[in-house]
Design a protein around this ligand. Sequence first.
Ligand code: FAD
Ligand code: FES
Length: 259
Amino acid sequence: MIKKDWLKINHHETIAANIMELKCSGPLVKQMTQPGQFLHLRVDTSDDLLLRRPISICDVDLEEETVTMLYRVEGKGTKRLSSKQIGEKIDVLGPLGNGFPLEATERGETALLVGGGIGVPPLYNLSKQLKKRGVHVIHVLGFQSKENVFYEKEFLELGETYVVTVDGTYGEKGFVTDVIKEKHLSFDTMYTCGPTPMLSALQNAYSDRRLFLSLEERMGCGVGACFACVCHVVGDETGTKYRKVCTDGPVFPVGEVVL
Ligand code: FAD
Ligand code: FES
């Protein structure tokens, strides 16, 4: 069953360079129980903005029926979204997709959560839920530069957190993979979301480990009907086997899809 409703904007502000925090409320939030799922937002009714925009669920309060999303102002759609005011309503489809498997990590084990840029938001709700289950959480959050860093304090409240910037203007200098090695971070499960080169580097380095990757493929319908988001299955020589990121993912276990 496709779930669609209107959510009302309660809070909308800039929290880092081009990064907005959007909090909304409505009965649909009750269904947002799995971390790593996403919402498909209709940002405008004009013809050139007909396609919805996928944005991850960053945080939810099921009792208060509020959801938080963090997004980067990129192109036309997210620019239009950023102009929306408190009190306005947004047409939302979701929660969609298969999120991160919480049960892959047992109580007392350690989960390493690795985010890159706008891949960081879904890890926040994941971290909260893992912690609630008695899992020890460590975060490595990668950004381009100091001005792009967000949610460091929020992640620190949940556990050990390393921030890394490519240009070294804040935290460690380099890439998330450098920090994992330099700090000798050990873990039972790794969960990650971010740009494809980062996911590829992690998939190559940790192919023999318990690793789950969330992909940010371009999307159309978001519900499995248009094939805009397909990616190929690893080891398929016929080139005919594929997965849809919107309905089979966005989270996949290591080694399942070609990045
Ligand atoms: P334009 O470039 O003008 O978009 C043109 C078209 O391309 C639109 O249909 C748009 O949906 C699509 N598109 C462009 N870039 C992407 C992209 N990276 N991924 C998917 N579709 C894209 N961004 C965030 O800032 N925060 C999030 O939490 C977040 N979560 C996401 C979760 C999933 C599962 C996916 C697939 C993407 C997520 N993104 C997130 C990326 C976000 O959807 C795009 O940045 C956004 O759609 C760009 O729209 P635009 O109109 O501003 O840009
Ligand atoms: Fe249409 Fe995935 S976005 S099939």
